[in-house]
Design a protein around this ligand. Structure first.
Ligand SMILES: [Zn+2]
Length: 169
């Protein structure tokens, strides 16, 4: 069983498993959701222009740069990518589903490979993305962005530069 623990982290709430879960196990199948075309902090992106909302306990799953689950947006499942202990928090890598997030944040996950700025896959290098499981629509969007960068490099660089924060070199 999964349970929501409130006030347990900097994010306000966490999704915890009561039982151990094996690597590769399907933890959760997403049902009862609604499709929307607008990203909010509570949606998960499942296609180039498609997001889903009303996700139940899934809405409480936090981001990690060293996640223990993936969300497979083709099959709408949450799958363990390593063995998970009872009472561990479940998390996933937000840019594996999100191209451009409604509410970017600075990650405090503490992982050595932490990407720090979690704003969506659009703001990560291909090199960084290649370290993770990434859903098909994110791969498609990354390839499209690369193609665009090749055909009009100056224009894309100007557009892609995030504003309002500084990036570490
Ligand atoms: Zn992190």
């Amino acid at each position: 069983m999964l349970r929501v623990e409130r006030g347990g982290s900097a994010y306000g709430a966490r999704l915890i498993t009561d039982q151990p879960i094996r690597n590769g196990e399907v933890i959760f199948t997403i049902t009862g959701h609604r499709v929307t075309h607008k990203a909010t902090y509570q949606t998960v992106q499942i296609g180039i222009d498609t997001h889903i909302e009303e996700l139940g306990v899934l809405a409480y799953m936090n981001h990690s740069c060293q996640p223990n689950t993936i969300i497979d947006t083709t099959h709408l499942t949450v799958v363990a990518i390593r063995d998970i202990q009872a009472n561990e928090e479940l998390n996933f890598f937000y840019p594996s589903t999100e191209w451009e997030m409604d509410r970017p944040f600075i990650c405090l996950c503490g992982a050595s490979q932490c990407v720090r700025l979690v704003a969506g896959a659009r703001y990560l290098s291909i090199d960084t993305l290649s370290r993770y499981f990434i859903n098909e629509h994110i791969r498609d969007l990354a390839v499209a962005a690369l193609d665009k960068a090749r055909s009009a490099p100056d224009e894309v660089l100007a557009q892609a530069a995030p504003t309002g924060h500084s990036r570490q070199a």
